[in-house]
Write a protein that binds this ligand. Sequence first.
Ligand SMILES: Nc1nc2c(ncn2[C@@H]2O[C@H](COP(=O)(O)OP(=O)(O)OP(=O)(O)O)[C@@H](O)[C@H]2O)c(=O)[nH]1
Ligand SMILES: [Mg+2]
Length: 300
Amino acid sequence: MTNISPEPILAGDIRAMARAATAIENRTAAAEPLLKALFPHTGQAAVIGITGPPGAGKSTLVDQLTRILRAEDVPTGIICVDPSSPFSGGAILGDRIRMQRHHADPGVFVRSMATRGSVGGLARGTLEMALMLDAAGKRVILIETVGVGQDEVEVARLADVTAVVLAPGMGDDVQALKAGILEIADVFVINKADLEGAARLEQELRAMLSLATRPVEVPIVKTVASQGDGIGEALAAIRSVQSGNKRDSVRLWALRLREMLRERLLERIPLEELGAAAEAVASRRQDPYTIVEQWLSTLY
Ligand SMILES: Nc1nc2c(ncn2[C@@H]2O[C@H](COP(=O)(O)OP(=O)(O)OP(=O)(O)O)[C@@H](O)[C@H]2O)c(=O)[nH]1
Ligand SMILES: [Mg+2]
């Protein structure tokens, strides 16, 4: 195992960041010592989740938000969670081409991550990637995930602010949206406001929100990301949520720690063993309490 030195990352060296990103994504042995060394230098970045149905314009919006952030000289990180789902195949190439203009800008670091269909693992990898970028001096980190499953709900929990991007004419009625996605939204962006149906989508969304019991009002912003319209407003809405309603980081870390603990424990139990134990319990050959006790006692 070759260790990765934290210093060049802390200095914002792009090659070192790319190496670290690969180690984090592949979960190599070098990743954890590195993350430990970087951790004291984190806590400065705003992590913004951008989620929503396939094709809503998330990547276009991320690209436009980055343009504004860079005009303000804000060091920016972009994490695109590659949809390995059948819904969005082929979209990644387009994303890469779109993001290329930022590649020439050393103030932007773009990284794609594959989901590999693992719930939880994605959230962890994404959090670690964001922590690395935070330590490397990025001050805003945009995370794009597709809103089709559980993954983005998990990822959104890791973000300081989550913007849900919707678009008209996608056959995605508001009713059809996953309830989980509606719950995690801090800001709604109705993109493709140039298309017919945007006003109706907004009405439906407002009607739906009026029924939901949310402690704070969720702003709705309309954009035409492909034209760069409304992007400043979207960023302002995101920022106002972030400053006014910033998620309590103690609570966030309580969630993250719990998730890490759960994951670490589960990693220690082979799937076959879990399966065998489930059979034993289901057939009443063993009780679940004894099994869990046994696992815990042999773990460390
Ligand atoms: N008419 C219109 N088209 C847009 C707008 N924003 C994005 N598009 C187009 O919509 C398509 C999908 O945009 P993306 O940004 O790739 O959408 P996405 O949500 O990232 O898609 P996935 O990553 O595949 O889920 C592209 O062809 C964009 O050019 C908009 O405001 N109006
Ligand atoms: Mg995209």
